[in-house]
Design a protein around this ligand. Structure first.
Ligand code: NAD
Length: 254
């Protein structure tokens, strides 16, 4: 059981793709720390409403906004609606929405490549770009991008996903450099294997092999990731920018 401190009192947070999985756990965690939270979803309104209900359980304000963050107009509207919800403020942006379309390189279709790059990299660019002006105006903000260890070490069957996540890491470091003078930090979290609907279809043999390479001897939980996002979103991480925090039970460094 982790102790929840209230480091985000009065802050407004937007978490993309937060109707389930790591995004939902992050939305709930930020809310427990005092933030008002915008739950973004692409299609499943019922799941988004349930996530918002969970967010609200901690007494935090929550709203849901439908938007496909890979579409420029949707990304702009999402940030606009987040600002309206936040009374003109947007303090924390978590780019979490992501998909996989796994295939070996020689079998990977252009559609599989484009779908993953369009959401996992282009989507983060679109929402971050839209969020920068308001954060610059309020002279402060936090961007946390959910990358992956695949973006650090590569992964067979995930040329598209690994390239997008590596791109997201380089994007994060660049945002950190461009925005530091405005007191906006940008960091990435790179999870290992976290059981969610995204990873459920992976063959058991792949999961077993990953577990065997994990020094801490267990898979991560969505809360393990959310805890680190909350730290990076808080003033405790005020002097941390351009970093990638790997949350993988020690696998990458093993
Ligand atoms: P998930 O599939 O449960 O969550 C992804 C969310 O993104 C879903 O709610 C989905 O509806 C949403 N989404 C998909 N397309 C969207 C779009 N166009 N616009 C807006 N939202 C959209 O998976 P998860 O495991 O919770 O993954 C969350 C993030 O963590 C992803 O970026 C993923 O790449 C990353 N990640 C996950 C793991 C893992 O092992 N689960 C490991 C490393 C990184």
């Amino acid at each position: 059981m982790t102790t929840t401190v209230r480091r985000l009192e009065g802050k407004v947070a937007l978490v993309t793709g937060s109707a389930r999985g790591i995004g939902r756990a992050t939305a709930v965690r930020l809310a427990r720390e005092g933030a008002s939270v915008v739950v973004n979803y692409k299609g499943n309104e019922a799941a988004a409403k349930e996530a918002a209900r969970l967010v609200g359980e901690s007494g935090a304000k929550a709203t849901t906004v439908q938007a496909d963050v890979s579409i420029p107009e949707d990304a702009d509207r999402l940030v606009k609606q987040a600002l309206e919800f936040g009374g003109g403020r947007l303090d924390i942006l978590v780019n979490n929405a992501g998909i996989t379309r796994d295939n070996l390189l020689i079998r990977m279709s252009l559609e599989e490549w484009d779908a993953v790059l369009n959401l996992n990299l282009r989507g983060a660019f679109l929402v971050t770009k839209a969020a920068m002006r308001p954060m610059m105006k309020q002279r402060g903000g936090r961007v946390v991008n959910i990358a992956s260890i695949a973006g650090v070490m590569g992964n067979a069957g995930q040329a598209n996903y690994a390239a997008a996540k590596a791109g997201l890491i380089a994007f994060t470091k660049t945002v950190a450099r461009e925005m530091a003078s405005r007191n906006i930090t940008a960091n990435a979290v790179a999870p290992g294997l976290i059981p969610t609907e995204l990873t459920a279809p992976l063959p058991q043999a792949v999961k077993d092999a990953m577990l065997a390479q994990t020094p801490l001897g267990r898979f991560g939980t969505v809360e393990d990731v959310a805890n680190v996002v909350a730290f990076l979103a808080s003033d405790d991480a005020a002097y941390v920018t351009g970093q990638v925090i790997v949350v993988d039970g020690g696998m990458v460094t093993a």
